[in-house]
Design a protein around this ligand. Structure first.
Ligand code: ADP
Ligand code: GLC
Length: 479
C-alpha cells in the first residue's frame, strides 16, 4: 500500500505536542508492516536545519500564492519525507502556528492552504515522481483542505482524516476563503462553511472517505455537544465513517532500560527510580529526599490540561510530605501562576517553563506520580510514557485517559490489573481526593504501590495492534 502521511509536525524535527510523536511513530510502525509510507510536512526553517541531505524534486505553481513552491525530498531515519517549501510562509523562526507575541500567525489560513494545495499536486503526480499514493492520510485542521479539494477530482486517492484534537478547528473569516480562491461550491454548510466562517477541519470531517480519532472513548465523546463545539451533528451523521483507534507509543524512544537521557537505566525488576529522583531533585534545586513522594506534570500549559486544578489543590496538598516538579510552556497567565506557586513553596515545588525533551525523560524516570487532570484528552501520550516508566498516573475519567489507565479499586488491585488513580469531575475536590489516595498508598501501602508500578510497566502500548487497525482501514477505503 502506498500511503502519503500528511502532518504539520513530526518528532524529532518539529514538535509542539503529541501529534509530532504520532507522526513519527505510526509511520514507523506501518513501515515495519512493509508498507510504502512517506511523510510530507511544511519546510519550516528548523526542519531544514535538522535534515542532512535535501534535494529539490519539483517546483509547482499554487493558486493564490504568487511565488513558486518547491517540493523537497529527504529521509528521516530511512523514511522518505517530502517538504513543502513556500519561503514566505514557513521560513520563519519559532513556533509553527503561533507568533512570538502569543497570538496565531495572522497568515495561518494562507500558509496551510498553500501547504494543502502543494500536497495535492504531490499526491497526484503531475510531477513525474513515479509514485502515486493509494491513501492520503491527513491529520488535524492544518491538512483539512486536502480531502475537500481532492473530493472535486474524478481520479483520486482515498482519504483518511485523523482528529487529534477537535478543539483546534482552523476557523477563519469569509474574506480569507474568497482571497484563497477556493472553489465556490465549497462555501456551503455541506462543505467548509461553519456558522459564517471558513472551517479547515470541516474539510476533513465532511469530505474524507473515513475518519479516525485517537481513542475509542474520544470517538464517542465527540458525538456530544460537550466535546464537539458545534460539530456533533456532522460527526453523528458520519458515525459509520468514524473509528476510534488508540495511539501507540514508540517503545524505543521511551524505554527506561535504554533511555540515554536518564541517569540510571532500570526495568520493573531493578527499579532505580530513587537514584534518578535524587539526581533530579539536585538539578531542580529541591531538597534531596529520595523517599519523599514526587508528583510531576509535563505538558502544554493550556486550559485543556487542567493545570488550574493542580494550582488550586496546592494549599491542601502541601501540608503533606510531598514535592512537585512541573515542566511546561504555554499561556502566560498559567506560567505566572505557577511561578507564584513556586515562590510560595520553594522547598516543595520546582518549575521549568520551557520545552525540554531531555528533562521530560528525566522527570518520567524520577517521579512517583504523574498528574494529568485534563478537562478532555483525545488520547494523551504522557500517561502512556508514565506507565512505561513506572510513574503512577492520576488522570481524569475522560477520552484516552480512561481507555489506558486502570483504576486502583480494591477489585482491580486484587486482580493485579490496577495501574493508576482516576477521578470524575474536573473540580479541585475530586482531583485532591485522588492525590490524597495516592499519598496514602505510597506511604502506607508500599507493597501495593510496588505492585501498581510492576503492572504499569508490564502493559503493552506499542503500535503493534493499532498500526494493524490503520492498515485494515486503509485497505477498506482504497479505491
Ligand atoms: P498534547 O498533544 O495534547 O500536547 P500528549 O500527551 O498527546 O498531549 O503529548 C504531549 C507530548 O509533548 C509528549 O511527548 C510530552 O512529553 C511533550 N511535551 C509537552 N510539553 C513539553 C515540555 N514542556 N517539554 C518537553 N516535552 C513536552
Ligand atoms: C492531541 C491531543 C492528545 C493526543 C495527541 C496525539 O494533541 O491533545 O490527547 O495524544 O494529539 O494524537
Amino acid at each position: 500500500m502506498k500511503i502519503l502521511f500528511v502532518t504539520s509536525e513530526v518528532y524529532p524535527l518539529i514538535k509542539t505536542g503529541g501529534l509530532a510523536d504520532v507522526s513519527y511513530s505510526l509511520p514507523k510502525a506501518l513501515k515495519k508492516l512493509h508498507q510504502d509510507i512517506r511523510l510530507v510536512l511544511p519546510a519550516y526553517a528548523s526542519v531544514l536545519e535538522r535534515l542532512k541531505t535535501i534535494e529539490t524534486i519539483a517546483t509547482v505553481e499554487v493558486t493564490a500564492y504568487s511565488k513558486p513552491v518547491h517540493i523537497l525530498r529527504s529521509k528521516l531515519e530511512g523514511m522518505p519525507i517530502y517538504l513543502i517549501e513556500a519561503t514566505d510562509y514557513f521560513q520563519r523562526p519559532g513556533h509553527p502556528y503561533i507568533h512570538p507575541q502569543g497570538h496565531d500567525w495572522p497568515d495561518n489560513a494562507q500558509r496551510f492552504a498553500t501547504f494543502c494545495r502543494a500536497v495535492i499536486k504531490l499526491g497526484q503526480d503531475p510531477l513525474n515522481l513515479n509514485w502515486q499514493p493509494d491513501i492520503v492520510h491527513c491529520n488535524d485542521w492544518q491538512t483539512g483542505l486536502i480531502p475537500a479539494l481532492l473530493s472535486q477530482q474524478a481520479q483520486r486517492p482515498a482519504t483518511l482524516f485523523t482528529i487529534h484534537n477537535l478543539a483546534y478547528q482552523g476557523l477563519f473569516p469569509y474574506h480569507q476563503f474568497y482571497e484563497l480562491q477556493l472553489p465556490n461550491e465549497l462555501w456551503s454548510m455541506h462543505g467548509l462553511e461553519f456558522y459564517g466562517q471558513m472551517s479547515f477541519i470541516k474539510g476533513g470531517l465532511y469530505f474524507a472517505d473515513h475518519m479516525t480519532t485517537v481513542s475509542p472513548s474520544y470517538a464517542r465523546e465527540i458525538k456530544t455537544n460537550e466535546f464537539a463545539y458545534g460539530l456533533e451533528g456532522l460527526l453523528k451523521t458520519r458515525s459509520p465513517q468514524l473509528t476510534g483507534i488508540l495511539n501507540g507509543i514508540d517503545t524505543q524512544v521511551w524505554n527506561p532500560k535504554t533511555d540515554s537521557y536518564i541517569n540510571k537505566n532500570y526495568d520493573e525488576k531493578r527499579l532505580h527510580k530513587k537514584t534518578n529522583k535524587q539526581q533530579l531533585q539536585q538539578k531542580m534545586q529541591l531538597p534531596v529526599e529520595p523517599n519523599t513522594l514526587l508528583f510531576a506534570y509535563i505538558g502544554r500549559l493550556v486550559a485543556q490540561k487542567g493545570v488550574d486544578l493542580i494550582l488550586n489543590s496546592l494549599e491542601q496538598l502541601m501540608a503533606y510530605p510531598i514535592q512537585f516538579v512541573i515542566l511546561g510552556s504555554g499561556e502566560a497567565e498559567l506560567e505566572q501562576q505557577l511561578t507564584q506557586a513556586q515562590q510560595s513553596y520553594p522547598q516543595q515545588m520546582a518549575i521549568h517553563l520551557a520545552y525540554d525533551e531531555a528533562l521530560s525523560h528525566q522527570i518520567e524516570a524520577s517521579a512517583d506520580v504523574f498528574l494529568m487532570p485534563s478537562r478532555y484528552e483525545p488520547c494523551g501520550l504522557n500517561q502512556l510514557y508514565s506507565l512505561r516508566y513506572g510513574t503512577i498516573p492520576i488522570v481524569r475519567r475522560t477520552g484516552g485517559l480512561m481507555d489506558t489507565v486502570v483504576e486502583a479499586t480494591t477489585r482491580n488491585i486484587i486482580q493485579h490489573k490496577a495501574t493508576g488513580f482516576l477521578f470524575d469531575e474536573a473540580n479541585v475536590m475530586d482531583f485532591t481526593h485522588a492525590c490524597l489516595q495516592a499519598i496514602d498508598y505510597y506511604y502506607h501501602k508500599p507493597k501495593i504501590w510496588r505492585q501498581l508500578i510492576r503492572t504499569a510497566m508490564q502493559e503493552d502500548f506499542s503500535w503493534q495492534i493499532s498500526a494493524k487497525e490503520y492498515l485494515q482501514l486503509y485497505q477498506s477505503i482504497k479505491k
